[in-house]
Ligand binder design. Structure first.
Ligand SMILES: O=c1ccn([C@@H]2O[C@H](COP(=O)(O)O)[C@@H](O)[C@H]2O)c(=O)[nH]1
Length: 280
């Protein structure tokens, strides 16, 4: 099960950190030549640099989809390349639709040779729209991270709206995520159905943890969006696990010039050490 595989990978690397691949041509240390070739060179270099430091990488699908079929083909080859380097790979595609279409998305992204280990899902269409992803994830031994409380400031517009009976809209989502993930809790005590919760939102961490005791929280917003290590313990389970802190720009654009790969590795190591120390 994905929850157990993630738990083992985190133990082997020493801290629950994930490096995000969000390649933007203008920011690449070497953007020479054909754009997608430059993106490929960069992403391959990042995978080489972080393998063995971070257990997980998260690839932002949008950065590749914008280049059409050739971009998607590159995305798939990076998923394969990440897994070949011993990394778990999350495809951050944030899919969601009515059940029939959700099934197509789930099969497209979670099965086959270029499938990622886990996929981000938008569950705001409701439980019937998430169940097809859960069914395919279970069959494939894959994981899901369902958006619960996102890292952006505007998340509060809807996710923070109070609901009858207590809590807010994100609480209702949390309850659904726990429910659909209940059958996928492995020996680690963690479900293969996790939740996306912003590292920028420590003020709701304990409440969401109480609502989702078995979920791994994928925590974006660390670094470039202002999230830091000080609030991390609040998101974790009593055991100190159940979190996966992810950062993209603050790690992958850490260096320029010929030594950029070493700078990326150094930034990933610093993040691993900070996160490890914060979680104890
Ligand atoms: O709530 C969310 C959900 C997803 N993301 C994604 O994570 C990375 C963050 O990049 P940084 O450079 O570390 O800010 C990016 O791919 C987002 O689309 C998020 O930020 N918040």
């Amino acid at each position: 099960m994905f929850g157990d595989r993630l738990s083992a990978a985190v133990s082997a690397c020493g801290a629950p950190v994930c490096v995000g691949l969000d390649p933007v041509l203008e920011r690449l240390p070497d953007a020479s030549g054909e754009p997608l070739a430059a993106v490929e060179r960069f992403c391959t270099g990042v995978l080489d640099a972080v393998a063995g430091v971070a257990p997980v990488v998260k690839i932002q699908s949008a950065c590749f989809e914008r280049y059409g079929w050739a971009g998607v083909r590159l995305l798939e080859s990076l998923i394969v390349g990440g897994r070949e380097r011993g990394l778990l790979v999350i495809n951050d595609a944030k899919r969601g639709d009515i059940a029939i279409s959700a099934t197509h998305y789930a099969k497209a992204l979670l099965s086959g040779d270029a499938a990622a280990d886990a996929l981000t899902v938008n569950g705001y269409l409701g439980v019937d729209a998430v169940e097809p992803f859960v069914a395919v994830a279970e069959r494939e031994g894959a994981g899901l991270f369902v958006l619960v409380r996102t890292s952006n400031p505007g998340a509060e517009t809807f996710q923070g709206v109070g609901i009858e009976g207590g809590g807010d809209v994100s609480s209702a989502m949390a309850r659904m995520v726990r429910g659909v993930g209940a059958g996928l809790v492995g020996a680690s005590g963690l479900s293969s159905v996790g939740a996306v919760v912003g590292a920028t939102k420590p003020e709701v961490a304990e409440r969401l943890r109480g609502e989702m005791p078995e979920q791994v929280f994928l925590l974006p917003g660390y670094g470039a969006q202002g999230g830091d290590a000080s609030g991390l313990r609040r998101f974790a389970t009593e055991r100190g696990d159940g979190v996966l802190v992810t950062a993209s720009r603050s790690v992958i654009y850490a260096g320029e010039g010929a030594g950029w790969r070493e700078a990326v590795r150094g930034a990933a190591e610093r993040m691993r050490d900070e996160v490890g120390a914060a979680l104890g």
